[in-house]
Design a protein around this ligand. Structure first.
Ligand SMILES: N[C@@H](CCC(=O)N[C@@H](CS)C(=O)NCC(=O)O)C(=O)O
Length: 200
């Protein structure tokens, strides 16, 4: 059984999609970031960095805690044997696109959100610069999807799962036709639809 600590953000949703896709048994614990529940002792005792998503897998020893959404996806892929190929070349491709997104796009999206919504006064010019960079980086994904059905090749993988919840930007979808085709296709998966609704 997996205890899943999450909130309705793209980092949380990618793990929710993965749990739904694998069919692993899990229980949701909503950590309300708006109420500051992630900074309370109970949650800090589980993840000292005070961030979601976090899982505890009680099948492993006294309970294995894994944090960081990309690491959780790799862990769940290895546990389930799904969405991460064993073969070296195919696996390298999945890791390449997973880390491209996790290290280049996700933090830039967070920084833009921080400058627009959390920073006093707002730093809109700086956020605009970051938004433009995100837009340009997504061209790489669009080009890749022009040649491949899925992000890392012919098969649906944790690279697709990590990216999907962040593509909620109409301007991006209007500009990049291949990204839009892929977004529609992946969005039709029932597990993706269920995962996007977690937590309720
Ligand atoms: N790199 C981390 C980012 C985790 C993260 O920043 N989570 C946000 C919600 S999406 C959070 O819990 N923020 C609370 C805070 O930073 O105080 C991941 O991929 O899991």
């Amino acid at each position: 059984m997996i205890d899943f600590y999450t909130f309705a953000t793209w980092n949380g949703k990618r793990v929710a999609i993965m749990l739904e896709e694998t069919g692993l048994e899990y229980q949701v614990h909503k950590v309300d970031l708006m109420k500051g529940e992630h900074k309370q002792a109970e949650f800090l005792g589980i993840n000292p960095s005070g961030r979601i998503p976090t899982i505890i897998d009680s099948d492993e020893g006294n309970g294995l805690i894994v944090t960081q959404s990309a690491a959780i996806l790799v862990y769940l892929a290895e546990k389930s044997g799904l969405f991460l190929p064993q073969e070296t070349v195919a696996r390298a491709r999945v890791m390449e696109w997973l880390f491209f997104h996790a290290t280049d796009i996700s933090p830039t999206m967070f920084d833009s959100f921080f400058l627009t919504k959390r920073c006093e006064p707002n730093q809109l010019d700086a956020a605009k610069f970051l938004d433009q960079r995100i837009f340009e980086l997504y061209k790489n994904f669009d080009d890749q999807l022009a040649k491949n059905e899925f992000i890392a090749g012919n098969n649906y993988s944790i690279a697709d799962i990590t990216i999907f919840p962040t593509i909620n930007n109409e301007a991006l979808l209007a500009h990049y036709a291949h990204l839009k085709r892929w977004h529609t296709q992946v969005g039709e998966r029932e597990a993706v639809q269920r995962g996007m609704g977690v937590p309720k």
